[in-house]
Design a protein around this ligand. Structure first.
Ligand code: HEM
Length: 541
């Protein structure tokens, strides 16, 4: 078995070394930090090091006890900033350490090389984590799993059905017009917010506003229906869904701290179940409406065609319960992710007028006058893409991802891990590794531009915001399209400036990385305010 796992990662091991369990990894030495690139692990034959390096077991791996972890989380106050805890613990324990999180034993991985090793050995049917709390809800209510929570062959089947219309460029580009309609509504809402509650210039709680944009965006793609999320009066169902996504993510890390047997007695669990009930209920209502719409057309002998959900319902590849499980998960994955990322990118650009100006120049050179950017235009905006890339490095919406090695025991660094080890991939810590990203705390979109000297140094696993391999983000292409279209049009119309109150907003982790408090920014209409700077009451420009 050991031999099998070594061969899996392309290692050459002599019989003597194997039998003596003496070996070391193929260029997998954590000391090589920042220098090994993709091909080193996958295709270059291994360098077998001397007998003096001994493979270690998982038991020999160091790390904090559960009590120490609790101390960090609750006495030192890192429960809400576990992204920062990745950095603190990697300083103490190095790039690989073991910790206990309630009943879970977790192996933390905080270097690009070691993350690469884990991901390249994820197997044919990768498992992110078994997500016992998310899965328990589905068992409790007899609901189906979607792509986020399903595992094994059924996960593969679901992905093979959902992938084409979410990831194939030809399908994704067909959503551009729909999404542009949602962007238009958001821009109108910005104008309305400035006038009604922003003293003519401010947009307060931008992230809250962007949740509505993201929900409307993903609904418009999945259901081809507009929800009216950006109307002056936001529909109650929309607000409930958005609130429940936030609640579910907020409560998740608390629940898994406790053994499953006590969940039914915890108030958190009841709130968690209530949040999932809301998510499934709203999704069910939307699926039902679509089914009725299709039935109505069939009754009238009309042609039934449509994009995402219509296709799923008509193609007969999934049961309605399965469709509901998948649609619910797509909706919830599509709200906080894009909205937090757009919020951070605007927050960062507000502080960097030169970067913002460079983006503005790029956008107006590709889309002069009133031209609205479309898919082809976006392809000509490398700086726009670099801004999103750099935003996701500084604020990776999934600050820590996971993998469970369900197929084999694997070697990572100089340790051998048994089957079913849960690895926590500390992407946030690696994003700030100065060996990979010099000047890591600075917002430097140019480091992602082709030909930039900086770029050539990046380890390919230094920043992997959408994950890796066949289990990577299903919504990536749609998310990127939403973010590019919105950001390009916002910057074309508005100059963004910081909150005059000088508020600094830090990130917190509630499963996802979110702003700890509302982001408020000034939106100056370029067509008006740049010619006649206006001084709104109490707001200094
Ligand atoms: C900025 C936007 C987004 C980011 C950074 C992001 C990031 C991620 C990451 C890191 C994963 C885990 C991948 C892995 O384990 O390798 C993931 C999974 C997933 N994402 Fe996204 N995501 C974003 C937007 C979206 C959107 C808009 C949707 C829905 C349309 C979506 C749907 C999903 C789903 C369904 C999965 C689970 C895939 C699976 O397990 O097979 N994501 N995302």
């Amino acid at each position: 078995m050991l031999r099998k796992s070594l061969l899996n990662i392309g290692l050459r091991v002599s019989r003597q070394q194997h039998e003596g369990i003496h070996r070391v990894t193929a260029g997998l030495n954590p000391g090589n930090h920042g220098k090994i690139h993709r091909r080193d692990v996958s295709s270059t034959p291994a360098t077998v090091m001397g007998d003096n390096v001994k493979i270690k077991t998982m038991d020999e791996l160091g790390g904090p006890s559960f009590m120490t972890t609790l101390n960090w989380l609750f006495l030192k106050g890192y429960f809400q900033t576990t992204q920062q805890l990745q950095i603190e613990h990697s300083k103490i324990y190095g790039p690989l350490w073991k910790s206990k999180y309630g009943p879970l034993v977790v192996v933390n991985v905080a270097s690009a090389e070691l993350i690469e090793q884990v991901l390249r050995q994820e197997g044919r049917l990768p498992v992110r984590s078994d997500m016992p709390h998310w899965r328990s809800y589905r068992e409790l209510r007899n609901q189906a799993h979607g792509p986020l929570t399903e595992m094994g062959a059924n996960w593969q089947r679901i992905r093979s059905i959902l992938n084409p219309r979410m990831l194939k460029p030809k399908h994704v580009s067909s959503y551009a017009n729909t999404i542009n309609g949602v962007v238009t509504d958001f821009i109108d809402r910005v104008a309305w917010l400035r006038e009604t509650s922003g003293q003519g210039v401010m947009v307060n709680d931008l992230t809250g506003e962007l949740y509505k944009f993201a929900f409307e965006g993903i609904c418009s793609v999945l259901f081809e229906t507009r929800m009216g999320c950006m109307n002056n009066v936001v529909p109650e169902e929309t607000q409930k869904f958005i609130f429940s996504v936030g609640e579910m993510f907020r409560l998740s890390p608390m629940i898994v701290l406790f053994p499953k047997a006590v969940w039914p007695y915890m108030p958190f669990w009841k709130q968690f179940v209530a949040a999932w009930d809301n998510l499934f209920r709203v999704a069910e209502e939307l699926v039902k409406q679509k089914m009725e719409e299709i039935q109505g057309k069939v009754n009238l002998d009309q042609n039934v065609e449509g994009a995402y959900l219509t296709h799923l319902l008509l193609s007969d590849q999934m049961t309605v319960t399965e469709i509901l499980g998948s649609i619910t998960e797509l909706l919830l994955a599509g709200v906080d992710t894009t909205s937090n990322t757009i919020s951070w990118s605007l927050y960062l650009m507000a502080q960097e007028p030169e970067i913002q100006e460079q983006l503005y120049q790029e956008v107006i050179s590709v889309c002069p006058g009133d031209k609205v950017p479309n898919n082809d235009d976006i392809a000509q905006m490398p700086y726009l893409k670099a801004i999103i890339r750099e935003t996701l490095r500084l604020y990776p919406v999934v600050p820590g991802n996971a993998r469970v090695t369900v197929e084999n025991e694997i070697v990572v660094g100089d340790h051998l891990f048994p089957k079913n080890t849960l690895f926590h991939l500390c992407h946030y810590a690696v994003s700030y590794d100065e060996n990979i990203f010099p000047d890591p705390h600075t917002f430097l979109p140019q480091r992602w531009l082709r030909g930039a000297e900086e770029k050539s140094k990046h380890h390919p696993f230094g920043s992997v915001p959408f994950g890796f391999g066949i289990r990577a983000c299903l919504g990536r292409r749609v998310a990127e399209l939403e973010m590019y279209l919105l950001l390009s049009r916002l910057i074309k119309q508005y100059e963004i400036r910081p909150d005059p109150a000088g508020t600094t907003v830090l990130p917190v982790t509630r499963t996802l990385l979110c702003p700890a408090k509302p982001i408020n920014l000034q939106f100056l209409d370029r067509r008006v305010e740049q010619e006649q700077p206006r001084k709104a009451a109490g707001v200094s420009l």
